[in-house]
Design a binder for this molecule. Structure first.
Ligand SMILES: C[S@@+](CC[C@H](N)C(=O)[O-])C[C@H]1O[C@@H](n2cnc3c(N)ncnc32)[C@H](O)[C@@H]1O
Length: 304
């Protein structure tokens, strides 16, 4: 396990730096310097590495730019196709488009970290084919333009290409400035939140943009309870996935990060507590384990 404590870098606002340089003494600015050091020392996980928070976004960006073109094939290989079943189940459990008989009842769905559109296309398929709803709309938002480009290409092969029901927005889940308060019926995030720098901030943003009664729904890799199954699963994920990444996508490091980031993600109960802390009510036990806890669905409702 590689644990790298990143070196601290002192970055002061330019005016302060100039002023410090003029005085030639850092001593007289000690409180300011200490405060700044403290600020810059804020760290987070990047897989098993500990990195300054300011670095994580760029490093995650690099991973997903690198995997974008092989992302869909790799998902099938890494999960032996099971991610499709999980995603189908996730969407069915949310039943998008139910009771949307008129424009004002149509759902406004925000699929955050939507990547290549796997969840969004399923949402529209379900709304249309199961609920006969041709009005529900999905905005696919992702921080990474390369992932969204793949999504746009895929959307051309769906019936929704020029329907006005799908929209793509580059954006950070932690700063959804382009989404109004209380405007969204359903916020989904699948296999995305473990990559965010500050998950609590992202959860508060989800709470802000949802309408009262709106639903936060997250599908994410999680933690296996059974120790026997866990031993087998860890062998597969740490042994096979980076190797498949190397052979198929020519990129071992990105897939090594992906498996490490799963290990670092909070347990089901810890994540449920984070959702509650953001203000959501979590129905029932608050989560549903899939395939023995390899993945889990968490839901939260914004109180009316
Ligand atoms: C593993 S992919 C999941 C894509 C898709 N939701 C799916 O289930 O196939 C994770 C996605 O999270 C995006 N992401 C990472 N950090 C993000 C952030 N802070 N805000 C929005 N998207 C982010 C990545 O760019 C990437 O497209």
């Amino acid at each position: 396990m590689s644990l790298r404590i990143a070196s601290r870098r002192l970055r002061l606002p330019s005016q302060c730096s100039r002023s410090l340089a003029r005085r030639g003494s850092s001593q007289s600015f000690k409180p300011l310097q200490e405060a700044s050091e403290k600020h810059n020392a804020k760290t987070t996980h990047f897989g098993f590495e500990t990195v300054p928070e300011a670095e994580k976004e760029a490093r995650v960006g690099k991973v997903f730019s690198s995997v974008a073109s092989s992302y869909d094939t790799m998902n099938d290989l890494m999960s032996l196709g099971i991610h499709r079943l999980w995603k189908d189940h996730f969407v069915r459990s949310l039943n998008p488009g139910s009771r949307a008989a008129s424009q004002d009842q149509a759902w406004s769905i925000l699929d955050i970290a939507g990547g290549t559109g796997d969840i969004a296309f399923r949402m529209l398929d379900h709304a249309t084919n199961v609920n006969g709803d041709n009005l529900t709309k999905v905005t696919i938002s992702d921080i990474n333009p390369d992932m969204l480009e793949e999504g746009k290409k895929r959307s051309l092969q769906t019936p929704y290409a020029n329907s006005g029901r799908i929209d793509f927005k580059v954006g950070n889940a932690e700063k959804l400035g382009f989404v109004a308060d209380n405007s969204i019926d359903l916020y989904t995030v699948a296999f995305g939140i473990r990559n965010f720098t500050d998950k609590d901030v992202a959860l508060r943003e989800a709470f802000r943009v949802l309408k009262p009664g709106g639903v936060f729904a997250c599908l994410e890799f999680s933690h296996v309870d059974s120790s026997l199954f866990n031993a087998f699963y860890k062998r597969w994920s740490f042994g096979a996935i980076p190797l498949i990444g190397q052979v198929v996508a020519g990129d071992r490091d990105s897939y090594q990060y992906l498996v490490e980031s799963i290990e670092r993600f909070p347990t089901q109960k810890e994540f449920k507590a984070m959702i509650q802390k953001a203000g959501f009510v979590t129905p029932g036990v608050g989560y549903e384990n899939l395939t023995g806890g390899i993945a889990a669905i968490h839901k939260g409702i914004k109180p009316v």
